[in-house]
Design a protein around this ligand. Structure first.
Ligand SMILES: CC(=O)SCCNC(=O)CCNC(=O)[C@H](O)C(C)(C)COP(=O)(O)OP(=O)(O)OC[C@H]1O[C@@H](n2cnc3c(N)ncnc32)[C@H](O)[C@@H]1OP(=O)(O)O
Ligand SMILES: CC(=O)C(=O)O
Length: 543
């Protein structure tokens, strides 16, 4: 790494002015609820390499057999943009570096890069290591020198650097000097407890940058909610390596979120930190990593969340359709995300017009139809509907109001019989449905694990004969929300059903004071949505 102004070309010929050091697989794995299998780790390595982070801290080979197995497996992957880094601590006190088992494991991992953390804070040396300040300096110097002697490039993580500097600045600097003397290639300042504010981070980073002729890095935890800001200010203070985790995974409140940092460095500060053009892969990579980690990516996460470019207020939607910069700080596709408009009672005609254009590209904003649909949406939202997350039902509503909808079946009745669960029998409900399709009647029955499942089975059986496409529908989510809990059993409920046919995913909504009826309404919308879109697909294929 060189000076930020010059940029640095690594051995793959990539120019980066700041190096991103991803610790998702190490510090991220210390987050609650995160447990990566070896396969998960390999998938994440591929995703990060595709994004082009410079370094992937892949784990602690001295920690557990899973990390050891991972280091064996990862050798088989050829990386295009990233370098793997093995992580561990300085040698144990009062022994030779060469006989330290953890350091032996680090060498066995076979990575060119190694990251070593050591104690910077005098209090940690005496109270946690229970050693002397002099021995700690020797542990740092010996460890780095030993690994460098074995041909490794060593980054030195100064644990608790900022607390240490406040407590005993002279000793904090001595620890960094010990690492530099050992041959460290970067000094990384860690806000381990995450309690330092961004302006202090910048000042204390500047001091180290001025003192040592070695690249300086930053590693922030998010305990004050400012890890991203602190990392950015450290860069302003001269740091050229930023450590963090994708999506901010990590112990306690997490680590600095690299998806936010990368976007800000690239798009706001114009500091290259991943290969040119790759910032447009940020959202798909972030979502893939969330998927692998089995964590729900927060909708409101900057740049990559589902809501990062979702507009709901009518006036905002109107403005964005005229000129997106009116309410967007960057174009969503700059980070691989998408703009969405959320349908709700606070929407206006512009929002509706965008939806209607799918069916009639020539429609104008002042058409009475737009006002009619807005009024109907607002009326239904007043009754308890919510179309924001129910695009399927909203689309049917638009079609019905435009006269572009013909029902596929008529319901004559449905009946539910609840059963007490019997040992070894999973079905707890029975439903009967009578429908008519173009003059023909069908009475079908279904058993299910609960009344909605039973209704789904009965309706599906009735429709399959006429519309074989319904066999592809699978219900993937079912959510119930009580709308007025003060009315006890008479309260209205809103049911949202998510369905898929393997290609598309759609959500539908039903509202009633009766849970079964609300579920039925959402279920019928789901089937109708599938049927109408199938008809249209066939029609388009025919054309
Ligand atoms: C800030 C950070 O995130 S640092 C990384 C923290 N990550 C982890 O702890 C996850 C991986 N850790 C592990 O798997 C285990 O802790 C191991 C395998 C590394 C060590 O396990 P054990 O040998 O059973 O030790 P244990 O975890 O109970 O205690 C830690 C030991 O390391 C010592 N230690 C802590 N930091 C350092 C350091 N920088 N250099 C040398 N020794 C250290 C402690 O003094 C303690 O030794 P002691 O019992 O002689 O006082
Ligand atoms: C090294 C590290 O993870 C820390 O100090 O926070």
């Amino acid at each position: 790494m060189k000076d930020q102004k010059d940029g640095a070309q690594d051995k793959n010929g990539l120019l980066r002015n700041v190096h991103i050091f991803d610790s998702t697989l190490r510090d991220g794995a210390q987050g609650e609820g995160i447990s990566f299998s070896v396969q998960d780790k390999l998938h994440i390595v591929r995703a990060l390499d595709e994004l082009g982070v410079a370094f992937i801290e892949a784990g602690n080979p001295g920690s557990n057999p899973k990390d050891l197995e991972f280091f064996e497996e990862v050798k088989k992957i050829e990386l295009s943009n990233s370098h793997l880094v093995a992580f561990g601590s300085t040698r144990r006190k009062d022994i030779d570096a060469s006989s330290d088992q953890n350091l032996r494991s680090l060498l066995a991992a076979g990575t060119e890069y190694v990251c070593i953390f050591g104690k910077t804070w005098d209090f940690h040396v005496t109270e946690i290591l229970r050693s002397t300040l002099v021995e700690n300096l020797a542990m740092i110097r010996d460890t780095v020198a030993f690994l460098v002697g074995e041909g490794r490039t060593v980054f030195y993580d100064a644990e608790h650097y900022f607390d240490a500097f406040r407590s005993n600045p002279g000793y904090a600097m001595e620890t960094l000097r010990a690492a530099a003397e050992g041959g460290a290639s970067a000094l990384v300042l860690c806000d381990t407890n995450g309690g330092t504010l961004p302006d202090d981070i910048q000042l204390m980073t500047e001091k180290v940058v001025a003192e040592f002729g070695i690249p300086v890095g930053i590693h922030c935890h998010n305990d004050t909610g400012m890890a991203v800001a602190s990392s950015i200010l450290a860069v302003k203070g001269g740091a050229v390596q930023v450590q963090g985790t994708m999506l901010g995974f990590g112990e306690r409140t997490g680590n600095a979120n690299l998806s936010t940092i990368i976007a800000n460095l690239e798009l706001k500060m114009h500091i290259p930190c991943i290969p040119a053009g790759r910032v447009a892969d940020l959202t798909p990579v972030a979502r893939r990593i969330a998927e692998i980690a089995n964590i729900n990516l927060e909708g409101g996460m900057p740049f990559v969340g589902h809501n990062a470019f979702a507009h709901k207020a009518g006036m905002h939607i109107d403005a964005v359709t005229k000129n997106s910069t009116a309410y967007e700080h960057v174009p969503p596709d700059a980070v691989g995300n998408e703009r969405t408009f959320l349908m709700s009672e606070v929407a206006g005609r512009s929002m509706i017009i965008e939806k209607i254009r799918k069916f009639d590209p020539n429609i104008k904003k002042d058409t009475p139809l737009a006002a009619q649909i807005v009024a109907r949406v607002k009326e239904l939202e007043h009754e308890g509907y919510q179309f924001e997350g129910a695009e399927g039902s909203f689309e049917l509503l638009v079609r019905k109001n435009m006269g572009k909808y013909k029902p596929f079946f008529d319901l004559h009745y449905y009946k539910i019989i609840g059963e007490q669960p019997i040992d070894d029998v999973t079905c707890t409900a029975f439903a009967q449905v009578k429908i008519g399709v173009e003059g023909e009647m069908a009475i079908t029955a279904g058993e299910g694990d609960g009344p909605v499942h039973a209704l789904d089975c009965a309706l599906r059986k009735g429709l399959e004969r006429f519309y074989p496409g319904v066999r592809q529908i699978r219900l993937t989510d079912f959510k119930v929300r009580v709308l007025d809990s003060r009315s006890a059993t008479a309260a209205k409920v809103r049911v949202l059903i998510e369905s898929t046919d393997g290609e598309e995913v759609w959500t539908t909504v039903g509202v009633s004071s009766d849970l079964i009826e609300a579920s039925w309404l959402a279920l019928v919308d789901s089937f109708e949505y599938k049927l109408i879109t199938d008809v249209e697909k066939r029609f388009r294929a025919y054309l």
